[in-house]
Design a protein around this ligand. Structure first.
Ligand code: ATP
Ligand code: MG
Length: 245
């Protein structure tokens, strides 16, 4: 790492440097480095199995790197338990949007506020309903009967209840119809405009790059390319591999 990189990293909200993650004998993440600065949407794109989810899980403390460093808001979080990180402002919406299916929409949102003082729950719910009017209409409905898109909105709303400084989204568009994908990306842009910093993992490279401040391309466990969203959208290699020509 050059001195210039160090200076850049010191300013980053999240700085990931040279992480390596194994599942048993499988070397899933190979010397990956990236950072996220305050106010950015940073996208990680790449094919199935590239290591995107593994990277997010390592940042959120569910998996551990054997090497390198991860700092969040200036603190080393390499050994911080996942539940503590939520309280510090790092929220993750996992792949496959795991909401509590037996609970109502509003109960799910309340669960998301477990790190927050009781007095902030009602204002938090009001803010989530502002961002997702659809959830407000369905506040008493059990989550298991929501559509896939509505469950994604609920998973995002629940993460927002922890009042995160950095929101990490793992494939929010997965399994959704095109119209719902548009809606979800619109909401991500709205959150960004109102000040949220976002780390977005996506296979939908077109959509992700079109809203990303910057992006990193992952291939078989490595970062192979980085640039602004606009740069990568017109990059020939990216177009061939991820944008259908
Ligand atoms: N629990 C696990 N045990 C063993 N190998 C795993 C495990 N989870 C993931 N892997 C492997 O690690 C690699 C990276 O997986 P990961 O889920 O991070 O990919 P991804 O980029 O998120 O893919 P996708 O777009 O399909 O979600 C893959 O080769 C995968 O098979
Ligand atoms: Mg994944």
């Amino acid at each position: 790492m050059s001195n210039e990189d160090r200076a850049t990293n010191a300013e980053a909200m999240l700085s990931v440097y040279n992480i390596n993650v194994w599942y048993g004998a499988i070397h899933a993440i190979k010397s990956v480095s990236f950072d996220v600065r305050e106010g950015e949407i940073v996208a990680l794109i790449g094919a199935n199995g590239a290591g995107k989810s593994t990277t997010l899980k390592t940042v959120s403390g569910l998996l551990r790197s054997q090497t390198g460093s991860i700092t969040f808001l200036g603190d080393d979080i390499m050994h911080t338990p996942a539940d503590k990180l939520v309280g510090r402002g790092l929220a993750q919406v996992p792949e496959g949007r795991r909401v509590f299916l037996e609970m109502s929409v509003e109960e799910n949102l309340e669960m998301g506020a477990y790190t927050q003082p009781k007095t902030s729950v009602a204002p938090g719910i009001a803010r989530v309903y502002d961002a997702f009017p659809r959830l407000k209409e369905r506040r008493r409905q059990v989550a298991g009967t929501l559509s896939g898109g509505e469950q994604q909105m609920l998973a995002m709303g629940r993460a927002l209840m922890s009042n995160p400084k950095l929101l990490m989204l793992d494939e929010p568009s997965m399994g959704l119809a095109p119209i719902l994908i548009e809606q979800i990306f619109q909401i991500i842009e709205d959150l960004h405009r109102s000040g949220s910093t976002i780390l977005l993992v996506e296979q939908n490279a077109q959509m992700a790059l079109s809203i990303a401040t910057r992006a990193y391309v992952m291939e078989t466990g490595k970062v192979t390319l980085t640039g602004t969203g606009a740069e990568l959208l017109v990059n020939d290699d990216v177009r061939r591999a991820y944008l259908g020509g």
